[in-house]
Design a protein around this ligand. Structure first.
Ligand code: COA
Length: 177
């Protein structure tokens, strides 16, 4: 069972009792503002999503970690790795992404979890490259990306929604873990 501890966080696989807190996060318009078309998601969607994320762990040996606060045991959201299948031109890549409940923003948790995720990608999975894909305007994500040392590679168009996306990448052989 893969678990990672950082100074303040536990990154782990998903449990049944994560469903309600993750559904609350997915139901918050502030959180969903920059994700796909910005629409909020319900409990049923979240249940299916968690199932998919767990399948990706089983199939690929990587996935989205549930991010838990060590101090309180609360679920803060997710950070982790996935194949960006909804973006066919990037289907051969592995992308890092994050989503935290808004009450957990501004405390450095996303960067702490993302840093540990890149270490996991390099050390446990032997990946030499990870990308990130964010909608242009998502400044909070761009800030995390900068702090991780990821570099802007190109701009692409979302195949369904048409809006522009930034693709950043990092060569993990040069990652300052
Ligand atoms: C993107 C997202 C995860 C970023 O979260 P965040 O809390 O802003 O990111 P960070 O973890 O980097 O923390 C930000 C700030 O916390 C502050 N902070 C407070 N205590 C801190 C600590 N102990 N250590 C580090 N930073 C700390 C810092 O000031 C930092 O800002 P700075 O880099 O300008 O100095 C969050 O906005 C989110 O979940 N958004 C919705 C989902 C989304 O849009 N995902 C993108 C699609 S991939």
């Amino acid at each position: 069972m893969i678990e990672i501890r950082t100074p303040r966080l536990l990154l782990r696989r998903w449990r049944d009792d994560d469903l309600v807190p993750m559904a609350d996060i997915n139901a918050d318009p502030q959180v969903m503002r920059w994700i796909d078309d910005g629409s909020v998601r319900d409990l049923e969607y979240t249940a299916e999503a968690i199932e998919r994320w767990e399948e990706e762990w089983d199939d690929e040996g990587f996935g989205l970690f549930a991010v838990e606060l060590l101090a309180s045991g609360e679920l803060a959201g997710f950070t982790g790795l996935s194949v960006p299948e909804s973006l066919p031109e990037l289907a051969a890549e592995v992308a890092i992404s994050w989503r935290l409940g808004s009450q957990f923003w501004g405390q450095g948790y996303a960067s702490e979890a993302a840093h540990a995720t890149l270490e996991f990608a390099l050390q446990d999975r032997g990946l030499d490259r990870v990308i990130s894909v964010v909608r242009i305007g998502d400044e909070a994500s761009e800030n995390v990306i900068r702090k991780l040392g990821m570099a802007l590679e190109r701009e692409i168009e979302h195949p369904v929604y048409g809006f522009p996306l930034h693709v950043h990448a990092i060569d993990l052989t040069e990652f300052d873990g």
